[in-house]
Structure formats: structure tokens, C-alpha cells
Design a protein around this ligand. Structure first.
Ligand code: XMP
Length: 305
């Protein structure tokens, strides 16, 4: 990207020309990519754009409220409370790809309802360059690429950031004056906490994952990782008070990366790790241990499923 202001002017014009007098929708996840794409498109076409935020129940702590506040200036913002529907659909689903599929399908259903309701002809997407590469290689099914266009019969798809890397997207976000909460936010996967839970997604595992991710993000912010996260692995024995418990094992992961395609596990000091451990084991009755993941990508991926 040569010049960020030039890029913005160019894309705003392109979006306005592409959409014309029609209506458009964008799935707003709160992540930097979709937020920046939404802000660009809103600048171009105003309330002809309906940003749709689906609360899947798989979001991080406080995320829905942050979205509501950050995008309050967009009158057309729609927030869909789909928490129960997602949990119902995920009941008994344990296979990682099946889980992604179920979430993707449900997401499409929720999104489609709004797209039809506002009579949208265009779909704006926050797809960036690494998403396209990983999808082409079918490393895993990303739910922010593909899927949506086939279901709703859109006249066109607008992907203003399809050639950008994440650090360039952040530059655009800053230039658009998006809240720091958004522009500096760590990447968060479309399927949300579900890919940080091994096996079936249950309310209890979600509670543990939400609490642990919050702790990890807070404690590791100053290490400036590309991503810091916590995942619920399985159960192991521990002792809490006078009782032996068979509780959740939480993995903590913090990685450095430029684009998410490869990553290095971060070296984190012992005191910080111990603080994380004690906050996470204290944060839920049923957590028995915390481990730190030292694996790079490859051979591991960043997320767990
Ligand atoms: P992995 O786990 O494949 O992740 O090393 C690479 C980067 O992509 C993010 N990720 C996703 N983002 N939808 C997304 O929007 C997805 O399905 C998805 N899966 C992984 C992950 O958080 C990391 O930044």
C-alpha cells in the first residue's frame, strides 16, 4: 500500500460507484478487518450499508457492548441476539470441521434474514490477503470467506481490502479514526471461542474460555503479541481446597506473527505466567490446571480447532 489516505479515497470512490443507489450489508464481527471494511463502506454509502453484528454467544467478554458503543454512529447497525440458536445447533458436535461448518451455516441463516429484510444487493466483506491464500489452500474452512455469496443472491461482492495484510489494515483503521479498541485489537477468529474449545461447545466450557481469554489478553497486552489466547483442552485431576476435582485444563498461547500464516510462540516470563495461572484457576471452580503452549506455527496452528 503506497499511501493510506490515497488508498482510502480510492476505495471510498470504488465502493460508492459499485453500490450506486442500492443497499449493501456487511457482517461486522468487531475484529479489525470487518470493522475497517464497514467504516470504509459507511463512509462511501452511509445508511445504504447495514452492518450486521451477530451475537453468536461465542464472543469475548464485553465484546457485544463494545461493538454497540463503537459503531453507535452508524444508525443502520443491526445487532442480532442468536446466542441460544448457536448453542442449540452446536449441541453434540465434536469434530472441528463439523463445528466450523455448523457455525458457518447458522451465521449465514442469521445474516441472510437481515440481508433479505433490508433488500441488500451488495455484500461488503473484510477479506484480506492471507484469508484468500489460506482458503485457496483449504487449510481450513474460514467462515469469513465464501459461503455467504452463494446463499443470498447478491448482485456483487465488494472486498476493498482483499490485497492488504493485517498491519496495513490497522494503518487504514487508524487513518479512519476507528477507536483504538478496534484498530489495535488482536485478530479473533470468525467461529469465535468455539475454536478455542476442544470437542463439544457447552455453556460451562464457554464460561471458562471467556474468562481465561480475558485474563490472558489483559496480562499479555504489554508483550504486544500478534495474538494471545486461552483454549479449553479437556479434563484432568487437580486439588481445590480439600477436594480432588476433575476440572478443565486451560492452555495459554501467545504468538508473534506478521500475517498469521506462520507464527512463533512468545517467550513469556515466569511471573507473568504464574499470575495468569493463578487468575485462571481462581476464575472458575472447575479449572484444575493451566499450561503454556510453546509450539510455533507450523507445526501447530494458532487456534486449537
Ligand atoms: P490458524 O489457527 O489457522 O489461524 O493458525 C490463523 C489466523 O486466522 C485466524 N482464524 C480465523 N479467522 N475465521 C477467521 O476469521 C476463521 O475461521 C479462522 N480460523 C482461524 C486465527 O485467529 C489466526 O489469526
Amino acid at each position: 500500500m503506497v499511501d493510506v489516505d490515497e488508498f482510502i479515497d480510492e476505495k471510498v470512490t470504488e465502493i460508492a460507484e459499485a453500490v450506486g443507489d442500492a443497499n449493501a450489508v456487511i457482517a461486522l464481527s468487531g475484529g479489525v478487518d470487518s470493522s475497517t471494511a464497514a467504516a470504509l463502506a459507511y463512509e462511501a454509502i452511509g445508511d445504504q450499508l447495514t452492518p450486521v453484528y451477530v451475537d453468536t454467544g461465542l464472543m469475548r467478554k464485553g465484546e457485544t457492548e463494545e461493538i454497540r458503543e463503537t459503531f453507535d454512529y452508524m444508525d443502520s447497525l443491526r445487532i442480532v441476539d442468536a446466542r441460544e440458536r448457536f448453542l442449540d445447533e452446536l449441541e453434540g458436535v465434536t469434530d472441528p470441521e463439523e463445528k466450523r461448518h455448523v457455525i458457518g451455516e447458522q451465521f449465514i441463516r442469521e445474516f441472510e434474514t437481515v440481508a433479505r429484510d433490508v433488500d441488500a444487493d451488495y455484500l461488503v466483506q473484510g477479506t484480506i490477503y492471507p484469508d484468500r491464500i489460506e482458503s485457496e489452500g483449504t487449510i481450513k474452512s474460514h467462515h469469513n470467506v465464501g459461503g455467504l455469496p452463494e446463499v443470498v443472491d447478491f448482485e456483487g461482492i465488494v472486498e476493498p481490502m482483499r490485497d492488504l495484510y493485517k498491519d496495513e489494515v490497522r494503518e487504514v483503521a487508524r487513518a479512519l479514526d476507528l477507536d483504538e479498541l478496534v484498530s489495535e485489537r488482536m485478530p479473533f477468529p470468525g467461529p469465535g471461542l468455539a475454536v478455542r474449545i476442544i470437542g463439544e461447545v457447552t455453556e460451562e466450557k464457554l464460561d471458562v474460555a471467556r474468562m481465561a481469554n480475558h485474563v490472558v489478553e489483559e496480562e499479555l497486552a504489554e508483550h504486544e503479541p500478534w495474538q494471545a489466547l486461552a483454549a479449553v483442552l479437556g479434563k484432568a485431576t487437580g486439588v481445590k481446597g480439600d477436594n480432588r476435582v476433575h476440572g478443565w485444563v486451560v492452555a495459554v498461547r501467545s504468538v508473534e506473527s506478521r500475517d498469521g500464516m506462520t507464527a512463533r510462540a512468545q517467550e513469556v516470563d515466569w511471573d507473568t505466567l504464574q499470575r495468569i495461572q493463578s487468575r485462571i484457576t481462581a476464575g472458575h471452580d472447575n479449572v484444575s490446571r493451566v499450561v503454556y503452549d510453546v509450539t510455533h506455527k507450523p507445526p501447530a496452528t494458532i487456534e486449537y480447532e
